[in-house]
Design a protein around this ligand. Structure first.
Ligand SMILES: Nc1ncnc2c1ncn2[C@@H]1O[C@H](COP(=O)(O)OP(=O)(O)OP(=O)(O)O)[C@@H](O)[C@H]1O
Length: 336
């Protein structure tokens, strides 16, 4: 069990949390330490929904990476879209073109994974799509609303009301219980808690018997499931998850990824996840590959083996391009 925290009144704890959260973006919440586990993991690991269990024979032909074709205008099925999205950091010799004209539609009701070498622009893309960073040029549309020219105040409201976040560091408020952490975005937005909705999300993440525990009394996987429930309880238009399993062991990672996939398949959510792990990306309906700030290719419903093969193929093609006469230096460092 975790540390005893004394008898601080609930309202006082919650008010302190509100003060820390400030603008309401969940990423601004104080980070909890990853305390000791409180009992064994309590949900069953979900196998990769796209198939491909280790050692199992393949039942479908292997699919290779294909170019991404994006229509000129986003259609009604897109929950988030970018057109000619460009983000340049710095100036002069130190200038970095983190995104270099990205055109993409992310489908509503779908789990999309974004992969690519280190420095390829994954986090920048996610931050621009989520209204956490503003593009240098180009447009971003979230759930039908153009956000790229919004003021900071409008973006804060958008993040509070329409977007859910899950980060590698669980970012739970250590003084609040799991239930209080899950309700926090609603409390901050002064929205009532829909009990049926709250119960459904808690059931889906398998945290019914952990609701009164504080983060230090939960395992890393349980803490991340609290973070997932917190991201989903307010029914956001879209959830952005940045390396959500980066701190987790493989079993806890499978639980969190299984939940994210079920939140799409069973609860109808839209999730965009940045990951380095082919095993994590294999939970997605679609995997996008970025390189040097550009969208390189995609895979639909891939197994882990398809993703590994695609990474190899894309990286070999990149090396050939870079070795070709007249090739220019890449924006990313390409170390992964
Ligand atoms: N605030 C910043 N100032 C200057 N350069 C930045 C900034 N943020 C990102 N970059 C640069 O932009 C490029 C893309 O970075 P980004 O973090 O989006 O890549 P990534 O694919 O998410 O990398 P990783 O997998 O290592 O997290 C990199 O070259 C990075 O150094």
């Amino acid at each position: 069990m975790g540390r005893h925290r004394g008898a601080e009144p609930h309202e006082q704890r919650r008010n302190r949390a509100r003060a820390r959260v400030g603008t309401g973006a969940v990423d601004e919440v104080e980070t909890a330490d990853d305390g000791g586990p409180a009992g064994a993991a309590d949900t069953t690991a979900t196998p990769h929904p796209n198939g491909g269990a280790p050692g199992a024979a393949r039942t479908t032909p292997r699919t290779g990476p294909t170019p991404v074709h994006t229509p000129e205008r986003p259609g009604p099925d897109a929950i988030a879209s970018a057109r000619a999205l460009t983000k340049v950091y710095g100036a002069g010799e130190t200038q970095v073109r983190a995104l270099d004209g990205v055109d993409v539609d992310l489908a509503r009701g779908s789990l999309t994974a974004v992969m690519g070498p280190s420095g390829s622009g994954k986090s920048t893309l996610m931050h621009c799509l989520a209204g956490l960073d503003s593009p240098t040029s180009g447009s971003v549309i979230v759930d039908g609303v153009e956000i790229s020219r919004m003021s900071q105040r409008q973006l804060t409201k958008l993040r509070r009301t329409r977007i859910g976040f899950v980060f590698q560091a669980y970012n739970l408020v250590p003084t609040l219980t799991a239930a209080e952490n899950i309700r926090l975005p609603l409390d901050i937005a002064r929205k009532p808690v829909d009990k049926a909705r709250f119960d459904a999300v808690v059931r889906a993440v398998g945290l019914e018997d952990r609701l009164h525990h504080r983060p230090s009394e939960l395992s890393g996987g349980q803490q991340q499931r609290v973070a997932c429930a917190r991201a989903l309880v307010a029914e956001p238009s879209v959830v952005f998850a940045d390396e959500p399993t980066g701190n987790l062991d493989s079993r806890s990672a499978a639980e969190v990824l299984g939940f994210l996939r079920r939140s799409v398949d069973d609860l109808g959510h839209s999730v965009v996840m940045v990951t380095h792990e082919p095993s994590a990306a294999a939970y997605a309906h679609r995997v996008l590959f970025l390189a040097d700030g550009r969208l390189e290719a995609e895979l639909l419903h891939p197994e882990e083996g398809d993703i590994l093969a695609a990474i190899g193929e894309l990286s070999a093609a990149r090396e050939r391009r870079q070795a070709a006469p007249g090739a220019t230096a890449a924006a990313g460092d390409g170390t992964r």
